[in-house]
Design a binder for this molecule. Structure first.
Ligand SMILES: Cc1cc2nc3c(=O)[nH]c(=O)nc-3n(C[C@H](O)[C@H](O)[C@H](O)COP(=O)(O)OP(=O)(O)OC[C@H]3O[C@@H](n4cnc5c(N)ncnc54)[C@H](O)[C@@H]3O)c2cc1C
Length: 188
């Protein structure tokens, strides 16, 4: 295993430039706070701390460590009592800035009398539409057969087109056709 400090500055600068989050080094702003974990007796000093801002940063950090044979530790909440989240000399991949929360909301209405279909369906649709203006996505597993345009929008057009091409390759007869079906793309 290689100590990250032995890597040349050009390599480290290129790594820093590839990250959306910060790359911290000993003596720099935020370095000591980032290496501190729940157990105050842990006093380890990674040569590099990658404060990952998203999945792409994690991929870049793992790739960098693998390419250069670095000692690695991964920090989540830093609560582990033995302080395994912090390594000495290597690269600490710090996931603690990644604190996103996604909330999924399902709207259900249950009734017994078929004469009330319209009232309940109307209520459910109106509620869903009202919430939709606050939404930034769709949980596609719970979509029904809502028409191709709706499904296309849920996946985003580029992903939808790629899935339709895959469908043409692996299920050209559209055997799996239920619910959020993506029809096989037409041959170009
Ligand atoms: C006072 C106290 C009470 C506790 N009570 C409980 C309890 O009731 N139940 C329980 O289950 N545990 C308990 N724990 C243990 C604690 O929850 C675990 O140690 C847990 O690992 C802490 O999670 P963390 O994200 O803070 O881990 P960290 O300290 O950040 O990391 C722990 C280990 O997991 C690795 N790691 C972290 N994130 C990732 C990741 N995304 N991918 C790969 N590896 C990763 C780290 O490299 C490290 O080796 C307790 C600990 C303390 C100190």
């Amino acid at each position: 295993m290689v100590a990250a400090a032995t890597l040349g500055p050009a390599l480290i600068d290129a790594f820093r430039a590839s990250l959306r989050g910060a790359l911290l080094r000993p003596g720099g702003d935020g370095y000591d706070a980032a290496r501190q974990v729940w157990n105050g007796m842990i006093d380890r000093r990674p040569d590099l701390i990658a404060r990952c801002a998203g999945a792409a940063d994690v991929i870049a950090a793992v790739t960098f460590a693998r390419t250069h044979g670095l000692v690695v530790s991964v920090r989540g909440g830093g609560h582990n009592v033995t302080g395994n989240a912090v390594c000495d000399r290597g690269l600490m991949i710090d996931l603690s800035p990644m604190k996103g929360i996604r909330v999924g909301i399902d709207v259900f209405s249950i009734w017994l009398d078929p004469a009330e279909d319209e009232r309940h369906l109307g209520w459910g649709r109106a509620f869903g539409t009202a919430l939709g203006s606050f939404s930034r996505g769709v949980y596609v597993n719970e979509m029904g057969n809502e028409g191709e345009e709706r499904i296309r929008a849920a996946y985003n057009p580029a992903t939808f087109d790629r899935l339709a091409r895959l469908k043409r390759q692996y299920d050209p007869s559209n055997f799996f056709h239920l619910n959020q079906n993506i029809k096989p793309a037409a041959r170009a």
